[in-house]
Write a protein that binds this ligand. Structure first.
Ligand code: C2E
Ligand code: MG
Ligand code: MG
Ligand code: MG
Length: 292
């Protein structure tokens, strides 16, 4: 029907609009079936010690392999899922899949490290997330200390009592809380004391300009200093080059996450990496750890 539409200004505008609406609608419908049809899976990106290359943690990142459309990046469907209740199903699926995998690693006698999952603040507002975590951790025999919640800095800004309550409960259960993409949004220094934050993840944009830009260096230095004062851990995200690594070492930033050490890995490849527990930056740069 769209193909037969008259090409005048109005119909061009309205058909474009309809295709977009149609696409969103289709995508939303598909998210609903994605879980059922096993199209979702997780990849794990190691977090490593800046000096030794030892894997000290991992971030679980959702992947969607659609049978017709191929890989759909999380940035394309996570925001869409938040327009309906679908984001709850996704969050709870990620939680469950992560705990299921940790349980498999325990049973297989693999060394385990804390794994973080990204949780949308909307999931925290909706309620009962802490209870869901408790139930899921128990069901898979996983210690709360093995789970970390990553929450976007921008969204924590909203002075939302539900979010605050939810984070307090998670924290009291022994689940660590990380502030994701720190520095990308508004400055939230005053909120750092208000929320039970254990870890600050410095946004990738800072790694990009760190080596050349003096201002970025000051910001990163200040964040590291402040985190130390508050007793928080820091992770530098998006580290891609040896130059950036050297700089961060100089600033005594202990934990690094980025392509320099490892891309997000399919589960089997992550398990392989965990068996060795160690990734050298130079090795990671010269050998194709993951081509997927
Ligand atoms: P994020 O939580 O900040 O995750 C880090 C993103 O940076 C990931 O992209 C990762 O692949 C990418 N990355 C890591 N190291 C490097 C690097 O050295 N260079 C560059 N250029 N990129 C790097 P990804 O997997 O596409 O995820 C994008 C965002 O989607 C995430 O950002 C997170 O906000 C969201 N997301 C991913 N998985 C989930 C999930 O399970 N639930 C929710 N609610 N959001 C998720
Ligand atoms: Mg994250
Ligand atoms: Mg991030
Ligand atoms: Mg991000």
């Amino acid at each position: 029907a769209l193909g037969r539409a008259r090409v005048n200004e109005y119909s061009v505008y309205s058909s474009t609009f309809n295709i977009e609406t149609y696409r969103r609608h289709q995508l939303q419908k598909s998210i609903r079936t994605a879980i059922r049809r096993n199209e979702l899976f997780l990849e794990y990106q190691p977090k490593v010690n800046a000096w030794s290359g030892t894997i000290v943690g991992a971030e679980a990142l959702i992947r969607w392999q659609h049978p017709d459309w191929g890989r759909i990046p999380p940035n394309d469907f996570i925001p869409l899922s938040e327009e309906s209740e679908m984001h709850i199903l996704i969050a709870d699926w990620v939680l469950e899949e992560t705990c299921r995998n940790i349980n498999q690693w325990i049973l297989a006698d693999l060394p385990i490290v804390p794994v973080s999952i990204n949780v949308s603040p909307k999931r925290l507002i909706h309620g009962n997330f802490a209870e869901t975590c408790q139930e899921t951790l128990q069901r898979f025999g996983v210690s709360p200390s093995m789970l970390e919640i990553e929450i976007l800095e921008t969204d924590v800004l909203f002075d939302n009592s539900k979010i605050q309550q939810s984070l307090q409960m998670l924290s009291q259960m022994g689940i660590k809380i990380a502030l994701d993409d720190f520095g990308k949004g508004y400055s939230s220094i005053s909120y750092l004391q208000q929320y039970p934050i254990d870890t600050i993840k410095i946004d990738r944009q800072f790694a990009t300009t760190l080596v050349q830009d003096k201002k970025t260096q000051s910001v990163v230095r200040s964040v590291l200093f402040m985190a130390k004062e508050f007793g928080m851990d820091v992770v530098a995200e998006g580290v891609e080059t040896m130059g950036q690594l050297h700089f961060l070492r100089g600033l005594e930033c202990t934990t690094i996450q980025g392509y320099l050490f490892s891309k997000p890995l399919p589960k089997a490849d992550f398990e392989q990496a965990m068996r060795r527990r160690q990734i050298a930056a130079t090795e990671a740069m010269t050998s194709p750890i993951s081509t997927r």
